[in-house]
Design a protein around this ligand. Structure first.
Ligand SMILES: [Zn+2]
Length: 210
């Protein structure tokens, strides 16, 4: 089963990807992880990516597509894969169609106000990186290392609002592009409540795909 996951930052997309990956035994492929892995390799493609990243530039579509193409050709993708963070643009989506036929696109849907509430409640330990929720840590001190907690800039409401706008601008053309294959699920409930309809849907699809 070849799956694309779409969802805003803070929508719970990562948690959902892990559950799917485990139950259906297919790898979760995020382009961020791929970039971090490839720059450690010794190949022409690797030195190209290193150069681009060191110059602070964006990795161009054709390079990203090449990297994804190599990754999904590996043995562990024989049963399928979950793409997370790719494609980001319709151009990338069109190129992906030329490489692999995507079965379904899962859209994790959550109202912006809930995302802002959830993310702006996050507090981070600047020393060890542990993450807490304001409600669960009234002392505002890390339980592991006793450092005072901070709110990261990324978790401030105005920053979150901006990230959500960027996400919407990028994603709505993709939703149109994949309109025949979208499975929309709300993540307003618990992670289990979000996963349950997805699991049912994918289990039914698994029989048809293979
Ligand atoms: Zn800490």
């Amino acid at each position: 089963m070849k799956i694309i996951l779409l969802g805003a930052p803070g929508s719970g997309k990562g948690t959902l990807a892990k559950k799917i990956s485990k139950d259906f035994d297919i790898p979760q492929i995020s382009t961020g992880d791929l970039f971090r892995a490839i720059v450690k390799e010794d190949s022409e493609l690797a030195s190209k990516v290193r150069e681009i990243m060191q110059s602070g530039g964006l990795v161009p579509d054709e390079v990203t597509i090449e990297i994804v193409k190599e990754r999904i050709a590996k043995d562990d993708c024989k049963k399928g894969f979950i793409l997370d963070g790719f494609p980001r643009t319709v151009n990338q989506a069109k190129a992906l169609e030329g490489i692999s036929q995507i079965d379904t696109v899962i859209l994790v849907d959550l109202a912006n106000e809930i995302i802002i509430d959830r993310l702006s409640a996050r507090r981070t330990c600047p020393n060890c990186g542990e993450i807490y929720s304001v409600q669960d840590n009234l002392e505002n001190v890390c339980k592991k290392c006793n450092s005072p907690l901070i709110q990261r800039d990324d978790d401030k409401p105005e920053t979150i609002r901006h990230r959500l706008e960027v996400y919407e601008q990028n994603t709505s053309p993709l939703i149109n592009f994949y309109s025949d294959r979208i499975f929309k699920v709300s993540s307003a409930g618990s992670p289990e409540e979000t996963y349950s309809p997805v699991k049912t849907f994918l289990s039914e699809m698994e029989g048809k795909v293979e």
